[in-house]
Design a protein around this ligand. Sequence first.
Ligand code: NAP
Ligand code: MG
Length: 491
Amino acid sequence: MATKKKQVARELLFGDLWEFDPAPETAPAGIADRYGLFIGGEFVAPKSKKWFDSISPRDDAKLSEIALAGQADVDAAYAAAAKAFPTWSKLPGAERGKYLYRLARLLQDRAREFAVAETFDGGKPIREARDFDVPMAAAHFFYHAGWADKLEYAAPGRDLRALGVVGQVIPWNFPLLMLAWKLAPALALGNTVVLKPAETTSITALKFAELIRDAGLPPGVVNIVTGAGETGAAVVRHKTAAKIAFTGSTSVGKWIQRELAGTGKRLTLELGGKGANIIFEDAAIDQAVEGIINGIFFNQGHVCCAGSRLLVQESIEAEVLRKLKLRMKSLRTGDPLDKNTDIGAINSKQQWERITELVDVGASEGAEIHQPACELPKKGFYFPPTLLSGVTQSHRVVKEEIFGPVLSILTFRTPDEAVEKANNTAFGLSAGVWTDKGSKYLAVASQLKAGVVWGNSFNKFDPTSPFGGFKESGFGREGGRQGLLEYGELD
Ligand code: NAP
Ligand code: MG
């Protein structure tokens, strides 16, 4: 009888023989040398008379000069928003909807330019800016435009009215998309807005201000004040604000919650995360490996809902790790403007230092570090994709949000152990479950304390689907009917 030969899985190894040619994106980003504050429908010089440089993490080169809003500027922005509120909130919803549709279409018209600007400013791969950030931002405006004339169906039998002027502060990981998540529902309901983008990524918000102007939005409906944490604090503290919507770190979120206590202002907080990506032995392993890669390396891991803790069933640990390392060999880290790039630049020097420090901590705590060989650009801020194995739940790299392309690997034996380990975190934003069995997925997902649980997928987003956290990941939802209702008063 012929003995059956053991099949060895074939691997495609291109090595250095098959190097990609560079495929640089060359469309102009349309970035101005200088941006003022956007207040009352126009760009104005800051009363503070201060400006700061915006640099590109791609090569550490200066991109533009941006106004730094002081207290008097934030006051002016709130005054413009308060003045615009009575008229804007009383417009028929269908009219507000038209403006939102117009914004969505204007963004689509200039999609390529916005994608290039987002990549220059924040360092994310052009592929992601082009295929995810910009279209998804437009989708949020389209979706909420659709709500604007159907508000009576958002809360049947109740009256839903705008809150007033809303202060919004956003982070640097999805600059344009976070702006869309914040502005679209607020405007659909008839609120007016003062928004502060992150210091390192203000450019697409200021370019979006051009669209607001081009769309003919009444002056003062949206005001954009740029600056660092102090500007954010002035936005949060302002007495005119009826609500604060914040996305950012848990530490700043906690400070805001303390600051707002007793003021009667509404508050939603979208904070950090340390998502568990759980792989059961019955999962389709190759698909799960793609899901692990996407879960942690999307946007250099600068993702609040990243699957930064891999929980893999012990029986398949060796196989998953082998396949994961093989897949990581083919990831291309480098110039984010190159269309072949998978992992772009780390958003800022400060963030690069934080990632480096935490990985060093992991090493000193005994983690085994795996990084594929890759040549990083000499200028700019880059960090290779990294696996940390041999870690336990008490390691800092397992507990703290690293917010970079760094995955910590843990194992489990039973579904109960997987649930316990996944929930053993201060955060509660996201999780992924990979299994061939629907019943197992439902049983596990229903026990996970996370705002979103993906099944056999990861990092999937849709404007209709509410997103938000439990525990130290914050409260309140963005997206869907639930997200819309956060911007209204129910009578
Ligand atoms: P961050 O330092 O908290 O900053 C977020 C925003 O708040 C920035 O615009 C920042 O300004 C501003 N800010 C800083 N100090 C402030 C203060 N005292 N008062 C008011 N505003 C203040 O967070 P980040 O490092 O930019 O962003 C990363 C964090 O955001 C991660 O923890 C991530 O998980 C979280 N995130 C959460 C979600 C979610 O939906 N849950 C989504 C994306 C990101 P400057 O940066 O300009 O100084
Ligand atoms: Mg920048």
